[in-house]
Design a protein around this ligand. Structure first.
Ligand SMILES: *[C@@H]1O[C@H](CO)[C@@H](O)[C@H](O)[C@H]1NC(C)=O
Ligand SMILES: *[C@@H]1O[C@H](CO)[C@@H](O)[C@H](O)[C@H]1NC(C)=O
Ligand SMILES: *[C@@H]1O[C@H](CO)[C@@H](O)[C@H](O)[C@H]1NC(C)=O
Length: 517
């Protein structure tokens, strides 16, 4: 679960980072105008002493929580300033503010607003009573446009065909309430839902269905019509209960098959796709390949069939999928491939399949006939360093079935704390080299699946599995002395040396370590 969330943000972010909008942002940041920082700022600088009173004065304010050392914050700064300057002339003016959330005096603010990364932008309404995530662009014009819309009414009046034409545009979800009059409980519920979901969707209301581009102009009123740029293009809904309406909007705005490619207009749907609690079936292929259309139509047919069940479908372009391939340990020569990931992390894979194999493979999956797929580096042929290398494919053998006391580090190659720990683990391993009951080992958790026995939320994570199989997480200090003492006091001496599964790695290694010394 935790890992899949990491993956969601990793690939969705990887996609977003390469959009042209951000490339422009970088260019703007290094342009000469951007450096004219001495001029008086239109951005209010706030701290713990005046935050509440300032926010209380404004019905609508955007606050950036930043840290002085944060690169993304520095890139945002000139755009933010420019947007603040433009919006100060808006009628009514829209106020932009910033808080150094890294400064100790503002720690309480940072925790109240749940700041976990920089920059974090929040829209505060009604003097701070309503807090919303800012989900708009990061360049000046985009910020201006987004905030003007967010500061205005949650739902726009559609009074003509032209209004409808300018509001209901391609590539976006738009939700229209069609009423006999703009009053009554149903109308009010619609507006409440619009206010609640305005950061994610666009809303409008009208008295005339005939102004709208699609759907029955003589529909029975009131009705909610959701326009979408995919599948059936619009859906009507007649229940004005707030919860029912919200659920309808969430589910009707998900494509039958999500598309994973470099087109930014698909990204909002991807975030929703990966956040859904369903199992996820991902079909990856080269969108330029000649049988792409056959793959696509077959997958749609299958997805239609499974609609309403707990499995969601995605079609992904090889060009855009590097992050996903890394995450799953897949190779380009395996496409076209389909992989299903369940929420507990279990995965199923079929590489090199043809369009007409998809249906039967998914059926095999739902019938429970498939063997899970595990991402693993190859089992190393030589493993003679003091700290042994464990991969997913030999983890059970080395850790649980070896009858040894094993200290296992889960690390990532890029992780600084792991690098600091490396010589310390070496020292620990060398100190146990004459103890045949103890193994010190490490696994690169970015290229090997972590079995569900372990809860790895960050790197490094250390676990100790005693010879008798008792598993515990090591949470002491990361010094050689502390780790050595921990292993000594937690290890079992009753080694299951009768086990036939003893690790080959071990016997090889002891000699080699001696050679080295
Ligand atoms: C808030 O207080 C800080 C520090 O005292 C000051 O620099 C800043 O200008 C104040 N901001 C406003 C809007 O009063
Ligand atoms: C996808 O297929 C096209 C056409 O065959 C080819 O030019 C392109 O290099 C392929 N892309 C990848 C990432 O393999
Ligand atoms: C999906 O639903 C089926 C039957 O309703 C159930 O057996 C299965 O465990 C569910 N899978 C997930 C991942 O929730």
């Amino acid at each position: 679960m935790a890992i899949s969330r990491v993956w969601i943000s990793a690939i969705v972010l990887a996609l977003l980072v390469f959009t042209p909008a951000l490339a422009q942002e970088e260019a703007a940041a290094s342009s000469p105008e951007a450096e004219a920082e001495a001029a008086p700022s239109f951005v209010l600088s706030l701290d713990h002493s005046n935050f509440s009173e300032t926010v209380a004065k404004h019905p609508f304010i955007l606050v950036e929580f930043y840290a002085p050392w944060c690169g993304h914050c520095k890139r945002l700064a000139p755009e933010y300033e420019k947007a603040a300057s433009i919006l100060s002339k808006n009628d009514p003016p829209i106020v932009l503010a910033m808080v150094d959330a890294n400064d100790d005096v503002n720690k309480e603010l940072a925790s109240k607003y749940e700041i976990r990364g920089f920059p974090t932008l929040k829209i505060l309404r009604n003097g701070g009573d309503v807090i919303e995530e800012y989900k708009g662009p990061r360049e000046a014009d985009g910020i201006v446009e987004y905030l003007k819309k967010q500061a205005g009414p949650a739902s726009s009046v559609i009074g003509s065909v032209e209004d409808a034409g300018s509001l209901i545009v391609d590539k976006k979800i738009f939700i229209v309430g069609i009423f006999q009059e703009f009053s009554g409980e149903k109308f009010e519920n619609f507006i409440k839902v619009a206010e609640k979901l305005r950061a994610d969707y666009d809303f409008g209301h009208t008295l005339e269905a005939k102004f709208l581009p699609r759907g029955d102009p003589n529909a029975k009123l009131p009705v909610v019509r959701l326009f979408k740029p995919f599948d059936e293009l619009f859906v009507d809904f007649e229940d004005f209960d707030i919860d029912a309406l919200e659920k309808f909007i969430e589910s009707a705005s998900m494509p039958i098959v999500a598309t994973f490619d470099n087109d930014p207009s698909n990204h909002p749907f991807l975030t929703k796709f990966f956040n859904s609690p369903n199992s996820k079936a991902l079909l990856f292929l080269n969108f330029s390949s000649e049988n792409f259309d056959t793959f696509k139509s077959n997958l749609y047919e299958i997805a239609e069939k499974y609609k309403g069940e707990n499995i969601s479908f995605l079609i992904g372009d090889l060009e855009a999928s590097q992050g996903a391939f890394q995450y799953f340990g897949l190779k380009e020569d395996q496409v076209p491939l389909i992989i299903i990931q369940e929420n507990d992390g279990k995965k199923y894979l079929q590489p090199n399949l043809s369009p007409d194999q998809i249906a039967s493979w998914v059926k095999e999956y739902t019938d429970g006939n498939l063997k899970p797929y595990r991402k693993s580096e190859p089992i190393p042929e030589v493993n003679n360093e003091p700290v042994k290398i464990v991969v997913a494919d030999n983890l059970h053998e080395v850790v649980f079935n070896s009858g040894k006391n094993v200290l296992l580090e889960f690390y990532a190659p890029w992780c600084g704390h792991c690098k600091k720990l490396a010589p310390i683990l070496d020292e620990v391993a060398i100190s146990f080299e004459n103890d045949g009951d103890v193994v010190i080992a490490k696994m690169d958790a970015t290229v090997n699946d972590v079995p569900s026995e372990f809860d790895v939320q960050g790197y490094p994570t250390l676990y100790f599995s005693s010879a008798s199989g008792k598993l515990s997480q090591y949470e002491g200090d990361r010094t050689a002395d502390d780790i050595i003492n921990y292993v000594k006091s937690n290890k079992d001496t009753t080694s299951r040396s009768d086990s036939t599964d003893t690790v080959k790695v071990e016997t090889e290694s002891t000699d080699s370590v001696r050679d080295e010394l």
